[in-house]
Design a protein around this ligand. Structure first.
Ligand SMILES: NC(=O)c1ccc[n+]([C@@H]2O[C@H](COP(=O)([O-])OP(=O)(O)OC[C@H]3O[C@@H](n4cnc5c(N)ncnc54)[C@H](OP(=O)(O)O)[C@@H]3O)[C@@H](O)[C@H]2O)c1
Length: 263
């Protein structure tokens, strides 16, 4: 039986991924900042652990717990994350730093912990949950996009570095997904009242409304993550929604046209 360690299982993609892996016969270590949020997963037979990805000690203890019980982590899913939205000028540096702590340094902390075991057993998959924002950087999303672009850059280097040890590194890149993400991102908006960018915030709300009809479910993303984890030779990137393919097109047009499209 293979073992998966998954972050951010209190809701959304993380929860759906834990359930998918469990249903497919994996031994699942589902983690959350507050284990009360994942008692339902424990009742389904999964192991649950407290894990805040910004805490080095939590990351080490979680990997140690898996390795003490079952030798090694076969699949790490770095899913925990949130969206620090707002015009770049409106986001204080400490909020940008916190965004990187969770979305970028969190995966790095866990990756460094699981890799020695994966290298020793010459197998393993690290799945990093990125986003359409890992490919394009729309106005009002610069800080979140920076965290996902950086996660993509780190993953691209890592994939090549660990290939000789038969460890796979995969990026899963969803577009909009029906989860708590949007509501939580709204909470992270800077105070728009005095902002020079209030017009941007209004148009962003309209854009979010118009994109909502293209959302997929967290179960769709979980299916893709599971597919990547089971693949003998996984792809470097898995897209989940049509909007991602649209983003690739936007990314590759000349900047002058791209800027007009994004405006
Ligand atoms: N939903 C989308 O439209 C979308 C699109 C593309 C990519 N994504 C990515 O998908 C991933 C999952 O998001 P989601 O859509 O499932 O949103 P979600 O329902 O808000 O879930 C986010 C999860 O991350 C956890 N988390 C936040 N900060 C954490 C920390 N410091 N340590 C540990 N866990 C932490 C949350 O736990 P708490 O309950 O403790 O806060 C929650 O379990 C994120 O990386 C996000 O960037 C989402």
């Amino acid at each position: 039986m293979k073992t998966a360690l998954i972050t951010g299982c209190s809701s959304g993609i993380g929860r759906a991924t834990a359930e998918r892996f469990h249903d497919e016969g994996w031994r699942v270590y589902a983690t959350a900042r507050d284990t009360d949020d994942i008692t339902g997963l424990s009742e389904q037979g999964m192991e649950t652990l407290e894990l805040d990805v910004t805490e080095d000690g939590d990351c080490g203890a979680a990997v140690e717990a898996v390795e003490d019980d079952h030798d090694t982590v076969d699949c790490l899913v770095n899913n925990a994350g949130y969206g620090q939205m707002g015009a770049v000028e409106d986001v204080p540096v400490e909020d940008m730093h916190q965004q990187m702590e969770v979305n970028l340094y969190g995966p790095q902390r866990l990756t460094r912990r699981v890799l020695p075991g994966m290298r020793d057993q010459e197998s393993g998959t690290i799945v990093n949950v990125s986003s359409i924002a890992g490919q394009i950087s729309p106005p009002g999303m610069g800080v979140y996009s920076a965290s996902k672009h950086a996660l993509e850059a780190v993953s691209d280097s890592l994939r090549v570095e660990v290939a000789d040890f038969d460890v796979d590194v995969v990026l899963v890149e969803p577009g909009p997904v029906e989860t708590e993400f949007g509501g939580r991102a709204d909470e992270e908006y800077p105070d728009a009242e005095d902002s020079a960018y209030s017009k941007l915030y209004t148009s962003q709300e309209e854009r979010d409304d118009s994109l909502s009809r293209f959302t997929v479910t967290p179960e769709d993303v979980a299916e893709t993550i599971h597919e990547a984890a089971e693949a003998d030779s996984p792809k470097a990137r898995y897209t989940v929604t049509w909007s991602f393919r649209a983003a690739r097109i936007v990314r590759n047009v000349p900047p002058v046209i791209r800027d007009r499209l994004l405006r």
